[in-house]
Ligand binder design. Structure first.
Ligand SMILES: NC(=O)c1ccc[n+]([C@@H]2O[C@H](COP(=O)([O-])OP(=O)(O)OC[C@H]3O[C@@H](n4cnc5c(N)ncnc54)[C@H](O)[C@@H]3O)[C@@H](O)[C@H]2O)c1
Length: 242
């Protein structure tokens, strides 16, 4: 498989390029690059052969990324986060014509945690649900996109479960809510812990990301899978289902 990495000059782009190896890279693109020596300032500057675009750039790039991929009929894996509703519309439109994979967290482990959490929420009955997420002190979004994705999967199984983000008010906890608590310290890559408790027993599911390379590994595996799919919008749930 030959991939084009968009955002190749960034932290994730570097990790992905190292992991993929030269033999699996069709082109490296980044607005910070000058075009030349296998590097491209813009995807549009590259017209050679490729199997897939992997985008680790910035959510604002999505219009140009999707139009390039639709024009060239290239599958695209979108790993960027923080898309606005308008930007999400470009993704949904592209998925009508090409295979599109999108996930705010490319970790296979987190995908399994999401599946297990949804199953516990469905089968464990009435219980209090609390989530604790921890990340490095440079992270801007609170709570993490992954915490929100996990909460959404729990809500799929347990309707009418509002989020209480950063509980600080006095008073008893409503029984149906999902509490989310965000810690920010040091260089923590990302920890998510979900606690389900009914007073008689407690289930705790926890995922620790040890190194950002895990996102690159997940992206490469998902890209291999994506290039054999029909046009449509896919995520980690589809990927781990096989
Ligand atoms: N899905 C996941 O598992 C996962 C994991 C880590 C990071 N991310 C996301 O991936 C993105 C990149 O993360 P990072 O830590 O590598 O960031 P970074 O800031 O280190 O790198 C981003 C790179 O993209 C380039 N860029 C910006 N706009 C561009 C554009 N329009 N076209 C081409 N290149 C452009 C920048 O020059 C920079 O080199 C972020 O959206 C981040 O949230 C997702």
């Amino acid at each position: 498989m030959k991939i084009i990495i968009n955002g190749a000059g960034g932290k994730m782009g570097h990790i992905l390029a190292d992991m993929a190896g030269n033999e699996n890279i069709a082109a490296l693109a980044d607005v910070a690059f000058d075009t030349g020596n296998g590097k491209y300032h813009s995807l549009d500057d590259f017209t050679g052969e490729a199997d897939c675009v992997v985008d680790f750039s910035h959510h604002t790039a999505i219009q140009s990324v999707t139009s390039y991929c639709v024009r060239r009929k290239l599958p695209v894996l979108i790993a960027t986060t923080g898309h606005t509703p308008d930007e999400l519309a470009y993704i949904h439109d592209a998925a009508k014509n090409i295979p599109v994979f999108m996930s705010p967290n490319m970790s296979v482990g987190v995908a399994l945690v999401a599946d297990i959490a949804e199953r516990v929420a469905r089968l464990f009955g009435e219980c209090d649900i609390e989530m604790i997420e921890a990340h490095h002190n440079q992270k801007i979004d609170v709570p993490s996109g992954t915490a929100l994705m996990l909460a959404k999967r729990i809500q799929d199984a347990r309707k009418d479960s509002p989020l209480n983000i950063g509980r600080h008010e006095n008073g008893k906890r409503p029984s149906n809510e999902i509490g989310i608590h965000s810690l920010r310290y040091g260089s923590e890559v990302g920890t998510h812990e979900i606690i389900f408790s009914n007073g008689l027993e407690t289930i705790t599911i926890r995922h620790d990301a040890k190194n950002r390379a895990l996102f690159a590994r997940g992206a490469l595996s998902a890209a291999e899978w994506l290039i054999n799919q029909k046009p449509g919008l896919y995520g980690m749930k589809d990927y781990i289902a096989g």
